[in-house]
Design a protein around this ligand. Structure first.
Ligand SMILES: *Cc1c(COP(=O)(O)O)cnc(C)c1O
Length: 358
């Protein structure tokens, strides 16, 4: 009864229903999806297996695991596939957390960590710092060592966008006992790595730490949010244990094919990353010109923290104009998060925001 629902970014259908705006005119920059849509190669692949929807997928996910293994220089046995990396987060918590232990996370971070942790009855510790402060993480860990069983680092962090250097993260990992599972949620790491190599977390490095798992997803840079495919990379022992929590056929026949093909489309990902970096600068300039507080972001979104202006009101006004942003009220912030879009989409956002910030 203490649980709260995750508040997802609003769907296009809602704007169509409530404000009578045509679906094609709605600009959805609320859930950090790929503004270029789905890779054309993945679309083709999905169509090619559509008639196989009656078949369960290959439950070993042989081809996808091997492709990921090659990409990251790890073994296929180091990989677990989830219905989104969300599902792997769920496996991690259901495996390691319970009502006698605790989970440690940043002051403001991805809401699902707390939701899944609470399902297990575990206690939650958060840093006072909203952003990742690894020194404070370590202090809290030391103080509650006999309690903490899982630590989450969101690299880079959703919904704030900051990212500690990989070097610092690796150093942190050496200080954590082996009985604690450290989850490195790297949903946006492709974007971080593209902007600054110092932020790149390498799964092959992570394997040196037997108690750490790297989480990746196809929902962001790879443009497959609607297909629900994510993965975890860790020591084989962890993968085997988490595997016991996985229902068979946990991703679909179409999702499996889509992910395999999306992984091959480097050009699409490259275009995505380049656009993101270029357009992010425009958002930073926009914010600076108007003295809006923001944290330099290593992701595909930027969060504007507002002072005296009511963020929720602006998000609502934008919604009426067909632009969906993400209100961060549920994170107890007077702020909103904007997914960096294509240039024309961002132009529209700037235009409407200017009206609202007058
Ligand atoms: C989007 C996101 C995920 C995973 O999304 P899935 O679609 O479930 O793969 C995980 N962590 C963070 C921080 C995210 O923003």
């Amino acid at each position: 009864m203490e649980l709260v629902n995750y508040e997802a970014g609003k769907p296009i259908e809602l704007v169509v229903r409530e404000f009578g705006i045509k679906a094609k005119d709605v600009i959805k920059l609320a859930s950090n999806e790929n503004p270029f849509g789905t890779s054309p190669k993945a679309v083709k692949a999905i169509k090619s297996v559509a008639a196989n929807a009656f078949l369960y997928p290959d439950d070993s996910y042989f081809e996808l695991k091997n492709a990921l293994a090659t990409k990251f220089s790890v073994g296929a046995t180091n990989i677990i596939i989830g219905a989104g990396s969300d599902q792997v987060i769920e496996f991690c918590l259901h495996a390691k957390a319970n009502s006698k232990n605790a989970v440690l996370m940043a002051g403001v971070t991805f809401a699902m960590y707390e939701i899944y942790a609470k399902q297990t009855g575990a206690k939650i510790y958060r840093t006072k710092s909203q952003e990742h402060d690894l020194t404070e993480f370590l202090e809290i860990y030391k103080k509650h060592k006999d309690e903490i069983s899982v630590i989450f680092l969101c690299l880079p962090n959703n919904p704030l966008g900051e990212c500690p250097d990989a070097k610092e993260v690796y150093k942190f990992l050496t200080k954590i006992d082996k009985n604690v599972l450290v989850v490195l949620d790297c949903a946006y790491n492709e974007f971080a790595k593209f902007k600054d190599a110092e932020k790149a977390i390498e799964p092959s490095e992570i394997l040196k730490f037997k108690n750490t798992i790297y989480l990746g997803t196809f929902s962001k840079a790879y443009g497959l949010g609607g297909m629900r495919v994510g993965y975890g990379i860790a020591d084989e022992d962890i993968i085997n244990e988490l595997g016991k929590l996985r229902a068979p056929f946990n991703i679909t026949t179409l999702s499996l094919k889509a992910a395999i093909e999306a992984l091959k489309d480097d050009e699409f990902v490259q275009k995505t990353l380049e656009n993101n970096l270029r357009e992010m600068i425009r958002y930073e300039e926009f914010a600076r010109e108007r003295s809006i507080e923001f944290i330099p972001s290593y992701t595909n979104f930027i969060t504007f923290k507002l002072g005296n202006t009511n963020a929720s009101e602006i998000v609502q006004n934008m919604l009426k104009k067909g632009i969906i942003l993400r209100d961060l009220k549920s994170y107890n912030l007077n702020a909103f998060r904007i997914t960096v879009g294509q240039p024309w989409q961002n132009d529209m956002v700037f235009e409407e925001l200017k009206q609202n910030l007058k």
